[in-house]
Design a protein around this ligand. Structure first.
Ligand code: IPD
Length: 280
């Protein structure tokens, strides 16, 4: 099993590098922008091309594996996480950054078996930082081990979050309510990288103490979740319960003290789960 997981990791790293080249090249070209669920939920032909590149490459090596890919789901495929070996792919995490040439963009690849993430690879391709984690084997950036911060006092912390692409007035109110609560604690600062995967890598690296978001999807956080855990951090639902990668909400923190403090400040809003059918 260990050899198999390592071969998955090696393939994920190699295909993430290839995908990164495509993304870097595309930044020099015109970027034709389309929209998905809202006027600010952006997608480009590069997102679709990179997802196909990753899926094709994995299918050649692991023909029986399953996929959950952001653009495949947008095109109508179901988003169901089974016990089967599954690659969970965000071809460009930070599409809005990519469209604006804001320099933080990642290829995010998680691999799960029995619904547990075994491999997480986040390639921050404009910085050329390859973040990797294998369950039980630690988290790394370009081969250097990562460790979350040891901060336990929220008042001395930096928290990252994002506003996603939901502009429903109730959602916007709740996002601002959470932000106001957290800023007023006070905390040292609030940041947002524009990509969930890189926000999680920043937690794993110890330079951000926690990241939270309501509205993300499983492909945004599958790989990053393992990086946080393997760097010594914790995952929690925004109500303090068990984390659920398909629930569209997450706290990823350096420790439980910081995560539990955030739980008291976050005002969640309701969203359909990733694995709910459109009618629900
Ligand atoms: C988005 C980014 C963004 C987060 C959104 C995600 P995408 O992913 O991670 O930071 O706020 O919730 O959907 O669309 O760029 O792959």
């Amino acid at each position: 099993m260990a050899g198999f997981i390592q071969s998955v990791m090696d393939h994920a790293v190699s295909v993430a590098r290839k995908a990164g080249e495509v993304v870097r090249d595309a930044l020099r070209d015109d970027r034709k922008v389309m929209t998905k669920s809202s006027a600010v939920d952006l997608v480009t032909q590069t997102d679709e091309k990179v997802e196909q590149l990753i899926i094709q490459s994995v299918m050649e090596k692991f023909p029986k594996h399953r996929f959950i890919g952001e653009e495949s789901v947008a095109a109508g495929e179901s988003c169901v996480l089974t016990d089967e070996p599954t690659w969970i792919i965000d071809p460009i995490d930070g599409t809005t950054n990519f469209v604006h040439a804001f320099p933080l963009v990642a290829i995010s690849i998680g691999f799960s078996i029995n619904k547990q993430v075994e491999v997480g690879v986040v390639y921050s391709c404009l910085e050329d930082k390859m973040f990797t984690a294998r369950r039980g084997k630690g988290a790394f950036c370009n081969g250097q081990p990562l460790q979350v911060s040891d901060q336990t006092d929220i008042h001395h912390s930096i928290i990252s979050t994002e506003f996603g692409s939901n502009r429903d007035p109730e959602a916007v109110d709740k996002m601002f309510c959470s932000l106001r609560n957290i800023l007023s604690l006070p905390v040292h600062g609030v940041r947002g990288a524009g990509t969930a995967a890189i926000n999680m890598c920043l937690v794993a690296s110890g330079c951000v103490d926690a990241y939270y978001e309501v509205g993300i999807h499983v492909w945004d956080i599958a790989a990053g979740s393992l990086l946080v855990l393997e760097a010594g951090g914790v995952l929690m639902d925004v109500d303090g319960g068990e984390p659920d990668l398909l629930s569209r909400r997450i706290i990823a923190a350096n420790n439980r003290t910081i995560a539990e403090t955030l739980v008291k400040e976050i005002a969640p809003f309701r969203l359909p789960r990733d694995d709910s059918s459109p009618e629900k």
